[in-house]
Design a protein around this ligand. Sequence first.
Ligand code: ACO
Length: 338
Amino acid sequence: MRMEEYNYMIKQSVGFLGMGCYIPEKVVTNYDLEKLVDTNNDWIVERTGIKERHIAAPEDATSDLAVRAANLAIADAGLTPEDIDLVIVATETPDTKFPSTACLVQDKIGAKHAAAFDLSAGCSGFVYGAAVASQLIASGLYKHVLVVGAETLSRIMNWKDRNTCVLFGDGAGAAVLGNVDEGYGILAIDLGADGSGGPHLSMPAGGSRKPASHETVDACEHFIHMSGNDVFKFAIKIMARTALHVLEKAGLKKDDIDLLVPHQANIRIIDSAAKRLKLSTDKIMVNVEKYGNTSAASIPIALCEAREEGRLKKDQNVLLVGFGAGLTWASVLVKWHK
Ligand code: ACO
C-alpha cells in the first residue's frame, strides 16, 4: 500500500494512552526444569537466552492476569472502566473456548459500555489488536479501546517435553489506545499471515477437527506442539522483513528507529533481527531472560518495562514487531507522544 493511501485510511492520530502489566509471582528457573526433563541451564541459556519464567497461581486463569494488567492500564490512562468502548483480548489460552476471555474481562473490570472480543494471532496477537483498535478509533467509531495480551501457557505445556516446556511463561500486558496529538501515535501498520505454516506451531486437538476425547488426551494433543527449527527459520526471515515494510509505509529508514520492542521468544531470533536492521543493543528492549516466551503478552510486558526503565521518550520512533502461531506477523511503528 502506498503512503498516500495509508494516510487516507488513518483519519486521526491514535496512540498508547496508558499501559500496565502483571507478572505472576511464582518463578521457575532453568535449574528447576533440570529436575523435570533431560535439560540443563547452559543449553537453555545458550539456545534461547531464557533463565527463568513466571507461572500463574493455580487459582488464576488468563482473565485474572488480564484484569490486573487492564486495571493498571486504565488507571495509567487517567480513565475509568466505564470510559472503555471496546475490550480486545489477544490470547491462545482463553479461560474457556466460550464465552470469550474479553467478555470475562469486560465484566470483571466493570467496563459496562464496552463491546468485547478475543483475538487469535499467536504471539502477534497484541500488535494485531493494537492495529485493529487504532483503526476503530481513527474511524471515529470508538474513543478508548483496551487491548490486552494475556497468557497462561503453563496450562497447555507438556511438562515432559523438553523441546517446548523450557520456552514459555505466563503473564499479561495491557494498553488503552485513544487519540493523541496530530503527528504522534501509530504511524504505520504491517500485518501478515502464512497459514501454510500453521502446523509448525499448534494445539492439535480440542477444536472441531479433533474434539477432546480420551484418545486425544492420551496422545498429549491438548498441549503446544512445535517444530522449533521451522518456527526459528520463519522468525529470522519475517522479523526484519515486516520491520522494513512498516518503516517504508511510514516513510522512515532503519536509522530512524529509536527503540525496537520485539516479541520475546528467543535471544538468537532478536539478535538476528537486530543485525539485519543494523540496530545497536541499546535500541532493543530485551527481557526474555526473565519471563521466557509469554506469547501475546510478551510485547506489552516489554513495552511496560521499557517505560519503567525510562527508555520511552516523547518523539521517539518505537517499533513493535511480533511473529507467532498462524503463522502470523505484525508490526506497528509508533511516534511516542509523552
Ligand atoms: N535441553 C536440552 N536439549 C534439548 C532441549 C532442551 N530443552 N530441547 C531440545 N534439545 C535437543 C534436541 O533434542 C536436539 O537433540 P538431537 O540433536 O540429539 O536430536 C538438540 O537439542 C538440538 O535441537 P534443535 O531443535 O536443533 O535446537 P535449536 O538450536 O533449533 O533450538 C529451539 C531449539 C530453542 C526451540 C529453537 O529452534 C527455537 O527457538 N525455535 C523457535 C521457537 C519459538 O520461537 N517458538 C515460539 C514462536 S511463536 C510463539 O511465540 C507462539
